[in-house]
Design a protein. Structure first.
Length: 442
């Protein structure tokens, strides 16, 4: 009690006596360690805003670099199905905050991205309560490129399977990705890969090879010993160029061609689309084989991109039962193919681009192992395939701080199993690509 009383009588603003703290022995430090872990003054002249990139600050010694970036997108829709009432709505489609840069040297890179819109968090209502199905942490990874042909990346990020999926939404020609990509792409996951952006230094080859949890974004544990394995190669016969941006804003003076091929295998995957879209009602898993082939071409404002997807799948039936104790019928596997072709042209000396896309997705005929199955997970190939075409005329003029505004026009969008016609208005992105204000009209 006396001790407690004495402690209580000591003023809270009395600082600890630093002379009594145990000090480290500087003679045992590695060469340069003290300087490296000390303060690094920021170079005031390096602070700059780069449209499409964000606000950047560097240290004077060049060992540290930080870029912050904000990006948002709103979307208004009008939907009308035959024989039903019209539906309208406005949503905050995307709201993103990014931090990226380098630490302790230019070869140690990092990126963190937060997604905070209701759509990003997959907000939904259950029993009168609003719940979120995703973490606001969209991406977090470290990348070490000390060795050109053996760059290591680990964390949660877009896995390098589909080119269009890896391309940022701020670098797309249209607000939406294709319906084929929506069905067959592999989403963000937690894992590690090795890669090279310029294999052998020839300016012609890239590769990626990785292993991932296979549980998708927001997974907090793998839950088993099954992983997803991925490999991808790219061939650029005419030399390296900016092939992970859909429009040819640079107006390349020489043709640029990039050809990619990817494969991913996931054994006992819990998702209906490998690492996303929920789990089968029967509680089982699926073995997936995923293949993608893509091509991108750019030259003097002309751009063309196309991808072909194929997915084979074998279900492993679960033993789940319904509320009456009866076995739940095995769901059919989501397997099939899809493709899209997209082209655009930036008119010379004008802030005007014309772009169009045609996409198609089709399910393979599926027969569940259980003869009592009554609810297939996807449409049968005997029904009409889903096809979507889009056309946009895109004039745009320079705006303050490199902002970008997009207003899509009419298009045909399929939502399995029905197809719907919808009208979309007032979609904008801020700081998306630094090309000014872009207006997309039908």
């Amino acid at each position: 009690m006396v001790v407690l009383g004495a402690l209580a009588s000591v003023p809270s603003n009395v600082a600890a006596d630093k002379s009594k703290k145990i000090k480290g022995d500087p003679t045992l430090l590695a060469p340069g360690e003290k300087e490296l872990m000390g303060s690094h003054a920021a170079a005031s002249e390096s602070a700059r805003y780069r449209p499409g990139k964000g606000l950047e600050v560097k240290s004077k010694d060049g060992k540290f670099n930080l870029i912050t970036r904000l990006r948002a997108q709103t979307l208004a829709t009008f939907e009308k199905d035959k024989g039903s009432d019209a539906e309208t709505g406005i949503m905050l489609r995307r709201a993103r905050l990014q931090f990226l840069g380098t630490t302790f040297g230019k070869h140690n890179k990092f990126k963190t991205e937060f997604a905070v819109s209701p759509r990003d968090l997959r907000m939904t209502e259950a029993d009168g309560n609003v719940i979120t199905r995703e973490s606001p942490l969209l991406s977090w990874f470290m990348e070490f490129d000390h060795v050109r042909d053996l760059t290591v990346r680990f964390g949660q990020y877009k896995i390098p399977f589909s080119r269009q999926r890896v391309i940022s939404s701020g670098n797309q020609q249209m607000v939406d990705r294709s319906i084929a990509n929506g069905e067959f792409n592999l989403d963000r996951d937690i894992g590690i890969d090795i890669r090279s952006k310029d294999l052998f230094g020839l300016g012609m080859f890239r590769y990626y090879a990785g292993i991932y949890n296979g549980e998708g974004r927001s997974a907090y544990s793998n839950g088993d010993t099954n992983f997803m394995y991925l490999g991808r190669v790219e061939f650029l016969p005419l030399g390296l160029f900016k092939d992970y941006s859909e429009s040819d804003h640079q107006r390349l003076s020489k043709p640029g061609l990039s050809i990619g091929l990817g494969y991913a295998f996931a054994k006992n995957a819990s998702g209906m689309k490998v690492n996303r879209s929920g789990t089968p009602d029967d509680g089982g898993t699926t073995d997936f084989h995923n293949v993608v082939a893509d091509v991108t071409f750019k030259y003097m404002g002309l751009s063309f991109a196309s991808e072909f997807f194929y997915r084979a799948a074998d279900r492993n039936a679960g033993d789940a039962v319904d509320e009456m104790g009866n076995p739940i019928a095995e769901e059919a596997a989501r397997k099939g193919y899809g493709w899209f072709a997209q082209a655009g042209y930036l008119i010379p000396n004008q802030k005007l681009e014309i772009a169009g896309r045609l996409a198609r997705s089709e399910a393979a005929a599926t027969t569940p192992a259980s003869a009592t199955a009554t609810r297939p997970a996807w449409r049968s190939a005997t029904t009409s395939p889903s096809t979507r075409s889009s056309f946009r005329l895109m004039p745009f003029s320079c705006g303050a701080a490199g902002s970008r505004m997009e207003t899509p026009g009419c298009g045909c969008k399929s939502r399995w199993p029905s197809e719907r016609l919808f009208l979309r208005r007032n979609c904008h992105q801020v700081g998306a690509n630094g090309r000014g204000i872009r207006v997309i009209a039908p």
